[in-house]
Ligand binder design. Structure first.
Ligand code: HEM
Ligand SMILES: CC(C)=CCC/C(C)=C/CC/C(C)=C/COP(=O)(O)OP(=O)(O)O
Length: 299
């Protein structure tokens, strides 16, 4: 994946690139590509390229707007304090202009060259992450990432809509998979980053409700997620190859969730299952979407 720090670019460009959160957004864009590849019908390769580029630029814009608004809390957390704004390497308003211009550009190009529905959902996703999650939910409720996670679940729906001009059952399942995957993905990380969030005054679940509740919630969401992961095969949208792989990968995911549920470590050193779950969550989503798209392309 594209790294934040090791790209051979002038320092200022590297900072603008860092505003787009390239590592996180690479999986966002990948799921969008898979949504596009899984859709029935033909899209000209140039149109497909424009659609994916617009989603990447739109997602990057939302990351920049998020960092523009959050410079104060980012400065308080070890993980984020070296970002361009809290580190004082960039003027705050530059991040705002960058985000607004890129966001408008991505939605405008999508509307003109691809279709209105994909442009509309892209605009809604940017708004949802940059405004609803960042400005409103993140600082006000421990359910912030459950609701806010919807923004990250839209990209495969946008990819699908770019091809078909509509939305049907499979993209809805793709949305639900990412939506239900987000809580275990994030709360596993939040458990071993709890001190950072507490320092910044962000009401993440482990800070507000404690570690036991967070571990219970990780297991609960992992269990609810499983049937939705298997559903694309069970409902006949993919072959048994995706079906078998989704069952094996989900078994590993559930195993890690149970390990977390059984863990009662308070210190970061004892949080091996949480670290494994966070790392595996990324591989899990990547593999599920790759397999789903390949399955529908090849079989
Ligand atoms: C509200 C929802 C989400 C929250 C709060 C969240 C939060 C985080 C945080 C704090 C990190 C730590 C590392 C970093 O800052 O780079 C991270 C990493 C990551 N997230 Fe999420 N995430 C969410 C949803 C998603 C979604 C929807 C995707 C993709 C579909 C995703 C993909 C990733 C990836 C690929 C990484 C690893 C980045 C790296 O390698 O450093 N996340 N996430
Ligand atoms: C197409 C489109 C607009 C997609 C948006 C994608 C999206 C919402 C992804 C969510 C993932 C993400 C960057 C979470 C970071 O949370 P955070 O901001 O709380 O993390 P931080 O503490 O690292 O800033």
């Amino acid at each position: 994946m594209l790294g934040d720090n090791n790209v051979a670019l002038p320092a200022e460009w590297r900072d603008f690139l860092a505003l787009t959160k390239p590592r996180v957004m690479s999986l966002v864009v990948f799921t969008a590509l898979c949504g596009l590849l899984a859709a029935p019908g033909y899209i000209h390769p140039v149109m497909a390229f424009i659609a994916i580029l617009c989603i990447a630029v739109g997602a990057g814009a939302s990351g920049a707007l998020n960092q523009w608004y959050e410079a104060d809390v980012d400065a308080k957390m070890d993980r984020t304090s070296k970002r361009p704004l809290p580190d004082g390497r960039m003027e705050r308003e530059n991040a705002l202009y960058f985000g607004v211009i890129l966001g408008a550009f991505s939605v405008g190009i999508m509307a003109v060259f691809v279709n209105w529905i994909s442009a509309g959902i892209l605009a809604f996703s940017i708004f949802f992450y940059a405004v609803v999650y960042t400005i409103w939910l993140k600082r006000s409720t421990p359910q912030n990432i459950v609701i806010g996670g919807a923004a990250g679940a839209f990209p495969p729906v946008i990819g699908w809509a770019a091809v078909t001009g509509d939305i049907s059952m499979l993209p809805i399942l793709m949305f639900l998979i990412i939506f239900l995957w987000t809580p275990p993905h994030f709360w596993a990380l939040a458990l071993f980053m709890k001190t950072d969030y507490a320092k910044a005054g962000i009401p993440m679940l482990p800070v507000v409700a404690g570690q036991k509740t967070t571990r219970n919630q990780i297991l609960l969401y992992s269990i609810i997620l499983t049937p939705f992961v298997i559903a694309p095969w069970a409902l006949g949208y993919t072959s048994y190859i995706y079906g078998a792989a989704s069952i094996i990968l989900s078994a590993i995911f559930l195993f890690l969730a149970v390990q977390i549920w059984r863990n009662d470590a308070i210190n970061v050193e004892g949080m091996k299952p949480e670290k494994q779950m966070f790392a595996f969550s990324i591989l899990y989503l990547f593999a599920l979407f790759a397999l789903m798209a390949l399955d529908r392309q090849i079989l």
